[in-house]
Design a protein around this ligand. Structure first.
Ligand SMILES: [Zn+2]
Length: 123
């Protein structure tokens, strides 16, 4: 079977996998916002090829904790520290993720296929 793995398709699959892995919930500690939609957020920018389709680089957030509130991922400079302090992610997790982030990787068809295989468990 030949699948055309476009960037758009892979990012959509990545987002679905992030939200599914989180149990279809906002992962912000003690989130009690009433939301109807969840957003997959990249903990490190998707401009890094090694983060782009990486499940570990994702976190499932409600719109408030993603972009809207003062404590959201897009507004709070201490967002990652809050995740560590509350045990949502660990310091070691971020150390490993940063190492992978800094690895040079070209966004080749072979790379996309490798990422697709990892994400496809969530299809
Ligand atoms: Zn939330």
């Amino acid at each position: 079977m030949i699948i055309k793995l476009t960037d758009k398709k892979l990012l959509k699959l990545w987002g679905q996998a992030v939200i599914e892995r989180a149990g279809f919930k906002c992962e912000y500690p003690d989130c009690n916002v009433h939301y109807t939609q969840l957003h997959p957020h990249h903990l490190y920018s998707r401009r890094y090829v090694t983060m782009r389709y990486n499940l570990d680089a994702g976190i499932s957030l409600c719109p408030y904790h993603h972009t809207m509130g003062g404590l959201s991922a897009h507004h709070d400079p201490d967002f990652k520290s809050v995740l560590v302090a509350t045990g949502v992610r660990t310091e070691e997790f971020f150390d490993r993720l940063r190492e992978e982030r800094n690895r040079i990787q070209k966004n080749t068809a072979a790379w996309k296929l490798e990422c697709y295989k990892k994400l496809s468990h969530y299809l």
